[in-house]
Ligand binder design. Structure first.
Ligand SMILES: C[S@@+](CC[C@H](N)C(=O)[O-])C[C@H]1O[C@@H](n2cnc3c(N)ncnc32)[C@H](O)[C@@H]1O
Length: 296
């Protein structure tokens, strides 16, 4: 099935690789679909435009603020419902909705531009508290996590989730700070412990690693990868866009083992990157990697 680029005028978030997502995800226009990271509804808008009125689309997100905007934006569509849930709660959601399998699942991992632009601690380019929770209603903030974690364990977080080579030195500096409540405090600890060249990359790695830890991102993804297959209709598709190598590696290995078990046919031998044109137009798309598979 081919799809056309639809014009979208959202001030919020430009969805990534929309044409590729629609082409790979939708096999039955009357089917049941799940957008596990619906965010502000960027992809969901295009998916709903492609589906017929009798189809269903479940949109899930951990961020209630994003969901509220998404709900308002897509309220005109009877096919759509949104749910404040993590995508790894897929079995519970489907059970509650009386659905056994779906025709397609989309995960667009990472952050929305709206979260990046917020003052919730996700970006080192903004001011604000060190929060970093997708779900502001539960769990530890980044500041609380730092307070309750030893320098050694913090260094492991920086190394394992940020691939940061100066992890020990930075962790010590973070723990030595008198105050560690704001984005500015964390930046100052990094400034004190790292050379100025490549500082931006260090900041990005440390912020990424804390965000992954605060939200349990890799555990949730692994949990989902271990269980999604039984909820896909034969011939149904899974499409996952990831933005860093830790996630992409997890998706790749999971697809490989499902292929070995003859449960999944992998549709993307190598991960698809966005076109050069998209990368130029949307800076955020540059690190995207899309992998897709079909339930056998
Ligand atoms: C890149 S954005 C999605 C953007 C969306 N595709 C769009 O076009 O508007 C990623 C979203 O995933 C959400 N998210 C992250 N981890 C999640 C999880 N475990 N379950 C559900 N949503 C999650 C974030 O809150 C964020 O809104």
């Amino acid at each position: 099935m081919t799809s056309e680029i639809l014009q979208e005028t959202s001030p919020y978030h430009i969805p990534v690789m929309v044409n590729e997502v629609l082409d790979l995800l939708i096999t039955d226009r009357q089917g049941i679909y799940l957008d596990g990271t619906v965010g502000l509804g960027g992809h969901a808008t295009y998916i709903l435009n492609t589906l017929s009125d009798s189809a269903r689309l479940f949109g899930l997100d951990r961020d209630e603020k994003a969901l509220a905007i998404c709900k308002e934006r897509l309220s005109g569509s009877g096919a759509f419902s949104c749910h404040h849930l993590s995508y790894d709660n897929l079995p519970q959601l489907l059970k509650q909705e009386g659905v056994t399998t779906v025709n397609g699942i989309l995960l667009d991992l990472g952050l929305s531009s709206c979260q990046l632009d917020s003052h919730r601690g996700f970006s080192y380019q903004n001011s604000g508290d060190l929060d970093m929770r997708f779900d502001s209603s539960s769990g530890q903030t980044a500041a609380q996590l730092i307070h309750q974690t030893s320098a050694d364990d913090l260094a492991d977080i920086f190394y394992n989730f940020g691939e940061e080579r100066l992890s020990r030195r930075i962790a010590k500096s973070v723990k030595d700070m008198n105050s560690m409540e704001s984005i500015g405090d964390l930046k100052e600890a990094i400034r004190r412990s790292t050379p100025p060249n490549n500082r931006q990359k260090t900041l990005a790695r440390i912020f990424q690693s804390l965000r992954i830890a605060v939200n349990g991102e890799l555990d949730r993804l692994q949990h989902f990868m271990d269980s999604f297959i039984e909820f896909l209709t034969p011939g149904g598709r899974i499409v996952i866009i990831s933005y860093h190598s830790l996630e992409d590696r997890m998706v790749k290995h999971s697809f490989k083992s499902l292929k070995k078990e003859k449960l999944l046919s992998v549709l993307t031998k190598k991960p698809l990157p966005p076109t050069k044109e998209e990368q130029t137009k949307n800076n955020r798309s540059r690190s995207a990697k899309l992998r897709a598979g079909e339930r056998i």
